[in-house]
Design a protein around this ligand. Structure first.
Ligand code: ASP
Length: 397
């Protein structure tokens, strides 16, 4: 009985019940949407302190620069190769299924695009560096914060050992306290996801999923292939562990990712389950997961590649091989640059459309299904990070 009422099962129940509730009682679901927002806000509250503290103690807790280099290089190779695989898979699956869709270009096109800022690669690179770390902290600009924290951590390795220890203890204590709060919030998960899902379904209904079904199915199929076959194969071959068993240990995190559509909001949970249930070393989880939540997004990368090809199809543009290679490169960058928040992938898509010369207005074509696909791709993003942490843990022993 206790097992049946585990947090994971209750969370799953919350998702299913939330879909039904939002579908049958959309008005009530929308009235109660603020309860989902409360849960989300509680999770978000922890992001910045956890990112800073966990990356800092992960770096300074290592035995030195060599160990940092070794873990850093492994993480980098894992992030980049799995992202590249995801984009490639997206392109291959798209070319096989070739989903042309029964939709007409919405009238409201231009209206939507006003909110989608155009991004260039050079802006993106400059934005890595915080000009004022406190401003970056208060704005919650994750990439600059990570950049600064990594430098700060590396610098601390070079100062007097007693001083380094003082800083280490300080951040370690912050981290521990944050994880205690995280546990409290995690206990609220079943109710939190119930209200989040109910209001999403209450707002959008289930229809959008059907209106662009061929496109949505292509994305979902490719995501399933990546998450269920390709990533597990890497885990099995490189990490030499059973990925499916590992999934049952950490499934809480992908479920929360599904309900929140935010890798960053899921981060406190990812760290907690990886360490407590998945047996990942604290130093590795503390480094690989916060970084991964920000830059490693397989689901997003895969989705970007399919979405752009789909848009080109609808616009009647035939993409050449060199344009597809451009998509490969920009989709990889776009997924790295996308923040771990709902809808970030869609915004980054302007960069890819721009690179192959498609008007950014075309984003409006796929907006209807975006929130649904976002839930799935975010789960895959988080699953990819968690597998990466375990793989790196295994090969570092
Ligand atoms: N919502 C995704 C995430 O948080 C990013 C995206 O929009 O693809 O991982």
């Amino acid at each position: 009985m206790k097992k049946l009422l585990s947090l994971e099962n209750l969370t799953l129940l919350g998702i299913v019940a939330g879909i039904a509730f939002g579908y049958f009682l959309p008005k009530v679901a929308l009235e109660l949407a603020f309860l989902g927002q409360v849960y989300l806000a509680l999770l978000k509250m922890l992001i910045i302190p956890i990112v800073v503290a966990s990356i800092y103690i992960a770096i300074t807790g290592l035995s030195g620069i060599d160990e940092l280099k070794s873990i850093g290089i492994k993480a980098f190779i894992y992030y980049l190769s799995t992202t590249a695989l995801a984009v490639t898979l997206g392109l291959v699956v798209f070319n096989i299924f070739d989903p042309g869709a029964p939709v007409s270009v919405p009238e409201t096109t231009t209206h939507h695009v006003a909110s989608a800022k155009e991004l260039s690669l050079s802006d993106f690179i400059v934005s890595f560096i915080p000009t004022n770390i406190f401003e970056a902290l208060s704005r919650g600009a994750i990439l600059p914060i990570i950049f600064f924290t990594i430098l700060f951590g590396i610098a601390s390795i070079h100062i007097l050992p007693q001083k380094k220890q003082t800083l280490y203890n300080f951040f370690d204590a912050i981290n521990d306290a944050m994880m205690v709060i995280a546990k409290w919030i995690i206990a609220l998960t079943p109710a939190g996801v119930f209200f989040l899902i109910a209001s999403t379904v209450g707002k959008n209904g289930l229809d959008p999923l059907f209106s662009l079904y061929s496109y949505a199915l292509t994305v979902l199929f490719a995501l399933a292939l990546h998450a269920g076959v390709i990533l597990p194969a890497i885990a099995y071959i490189v990490g030499r562990f059973n990925p499916y068993r590992y999934f049952t240990q950490i499934k809480e995190a992908p479920l929360i990712a599904f309900s929140t559509a935010s890798s960053s909001a899921t981060l406190p949970v990812s760290i907690e389950v990886a360490e407590e249930k998945g047996g990942v070393d604290k130093k590795i989880a503390g480094f690989v997961l916060p970084l991964g939540a920000t830059i490693n997004m397989d689901g997003t990368a895969l989705y970007e590649s399919i979405a752009v090809m789909f848009i080109a199809n609808l616009a009647g543009v035939d993409l050449s091989l060199s344009q597809q290679i451009l998509i490969f490169l920009t989709a990889t960058f776009a997924s790295i640059g996308a923040a771990g928040i709902p809808g970030a992938g869609l915004i980054m898509m302007t960069m890819i459309l721009d690179s192959v010369g498609l008007p950014t207005e075309y984003i409006a074509l796929i907006i209807a299904v975006d929130r649904f696909l976002d839930m799935f791709r975010t789960s895959i993003n988080v699953w990819g990070d968690l597998l990466g942490a375990k793989i790196i843990d295994r090969i570092s022993r």
